[in-house]
Design a protein around this ligand. Structure first.
Ligand code: NAD
Length: 486
């Protein structure tokens, strides 16, 4: 019998479904527990609870009371840090150190940052002259949108979910969260923290299940949902946008990418290798902002490839709970199959396999897990599907370039536009690329440095809308103008 069951959290209470599905640990394919699968009835109950909560104590709280509660939620996550880390590690297979210093602290920070922000952001005000020689004053007020559906991916489960839930609640909305079917644990644990903190029933609801024809689709199509915020694949984003069109509900979409890393010949080689080593391999390459295409200026190309290979050889793929492991498995055996198919495609397209290219060797007790080698290719044409499509694994292709103009063209030649990481010691080049690359975030001599006050989102097919800092308020509130004739 599995030890755990992941139930829905609706109106402050645990709710079961008759249907369940298995949640497995990608490190060894062992059964973590059974997840209850929401049907239309559970989703409807969650949305109705969230609507009712808007009119209950939550809706009449002062900003100070609301934000104090969110600080208590953050403290609750911090107090139960070890439990959150263990849950995230079991669900995703990511190294304990990564979950411990990134996912869980950022999960808590997302509540604090937006609670503090909402208290300090002014709204606009204009005094106008009226035709009869008098005056009127206009001022704006922010109102919550209502019930926000939060549909989440599996790669950074708590971090990306709270990145939406934090600002949504800070702005006075209520939420119904649909975690990824691969990673139900931390959203469920957060429900316990919400109750402990005294967040009123119905403010934070969780429904488990799959996407199409399941909880995800039922939630995003629900007519009483007032806005949908989604992080996941571009194709899913298109489906969700269609669902939200019915009833004219706003969407915030953070979608896929095929991000470029660009290394100029004058870059600090050691720092570029280390930085892009993280960008390619951290979280087994399953970071939306990660790099899958690296372009290196020709004079440095051979040296970079050799140094990057040495970096990959130094990665310790192994048990996420062992302190010296630097890379865990990928999320599932199904996802590994997808990555393997790109490996076969790379070879068929004439790639040179510089490193990896297949299933990683691990001790016998982990043999059933979704292990993969850090993988580096060179020699592919830019037209290869391996260079064009998002793979979302610990893999990259490295190609040489000659001029700045050429590399800008190569980097921008994609339907995606999420992120880029540029390495150079030339300030002019750095700033020129900062504006020439068609992406939502461009890092210079760095990667994944995130100031939560800055705008975050994708260009082109990598998303719609910006979140972070005041930009999150634009999505999670409706700005009203009040015009008073004086
Ligand atoms: P996914 O699109 O398969 O699933 C994401 C969520 O959507 C899951 O909860 C899933 O159940 C749900 N879903 C699937 N089909 C649905 C439907 N028809 N209606 C409603 N909900 C549905 O994505 P994933 O595999 O979980 O995550 C990986 C993807 O997420 C990658 O493409 C990655 O680039 C992207 N991502 C983007 C960002 C960003 O900030 N831009 C961040 C993280 C991940």
């Amino acid at each position: 019998m599995p030890a755990k069951e992941f139930r829905h959290f609706i109106n402050g209470e645990w709710v079961s479904s008759t249907r369940t599905f298995e949640n497995r640990n990608p490190a060894d394919n062992s059964l973590i527990g059974l997840v209850h699968e929401a049907g239309k009835a559970e989703v409807d109950a969650a949305v109705r609870a969230a609507q009712a909560a808007l009119k209950g104590p939550w809706g009449s709280m002062t900003v100070a009371q609301r934000t104090a509660l969110l600080h208590k939620v953050a403290e609750g996550i911090e107090r139960r840090h070890e439990e959150f880390v263990a849950a995230e590690v079991a669900d995703t297979g990511k190294p304990r150190a990564l979950a411990g210093h990134l996912d869980i602290p950022r999960g808590a920070a997302n509540f604090k940052v937006f609670a503090d922000l909402i208290k300090n952001v002014p709204t606009e005000s204009f005094v106008m002259d009226t035709p009869d020689g008098g005056k009127a004053v206009n001022y704006s007020v922010r109102a919550p949108r209502g019930v926000i559906a939060v549909v989440c991916p599996w790669n950074l489960p708590l971090l990306l979910m709270t990145w939406k839930v934090g600002p949504a609640l800070a702005c006075g909305n209520t939420v119904v969260v649909k975690p990824s079917e691969e990673t139900p644990a931390t959203a469920t644990l957060l429900a316990e923290v919400m109750n402990e903190a005294g967040v009123p029933p119905g403010v934070y609801n969780v429904v488990h299940g799959f996407g199409g024809d399941s909880a995800g689709a039922f939630l995003t199509a629900h007519p009483e949902v007032n806005g949908v915020t989604f992080t996941g694949e571009t194709g899913t984003g298109e489906i969700i946008m269609k669902a939200a069109a019915k009833g004219i509900r706003p969407v915030s979409l953070e979608l896929g990418g095929k991000n470029a890393g660009i290394v100029f010949a004058d870059a600090d080689l050691e720092k570029a290798v280390k930085g892009l080593g993280r960008a390619v391999f951290e979280n087994s390459g399953q970071v939306c902002l990660g790099t899958e295409r690296i372009y290196v200026q020709r004079p440095l190309f051979e040296r970079f490839v050799a140094a990057f290979k040495a970096h990959a050889e130094g990665i310790k793929v192994g048990d996420p709970n062992q302190h010296d492991s630097t890379m865990g498995p990928v999320i599932s055996l199904g996802h590994r199959e997808k990555i393997l198919s790109y490996c076969r495609q790379a070879v068929a397209d004439g790639a040179t396999v510089v490193h990896g290219g297949g299933i990683a060797q691990v001790p016998d007790h982990l043999a059933e897990g979704a292990w993969f080698e850090p993988t580096i290719w060179t020699g592919l044409a830019e037209t290869s599907a391996v260079v064009r499509e998002e793979i979302f694994g610990p893999v990259c292709h490295i190609a040489p370039f000659d001029t700045e103009e050429e590399v800008v063209r190569l980097a921008n030649d994609t339907p995606y536009g999420l992120a880029a990481s540029v390495w150079t010691s030339n300030l002019q080049v750095a700033h020129r690329l900062g504006s020439a690359l068609d992406v939502g975030v461009c890092w210079i001599n760095s990667w994944f440095l995130r100031d939560l006050r800055t705008a975050f989102g994708g260009a082109k097919q990598s998303g719609i809308g910006r979140e972070g800092g005041v930009h999150s308020l634009e999505f999670y509130t409706e700005l009203r103008n009040v015009c008073v004739r004086l």
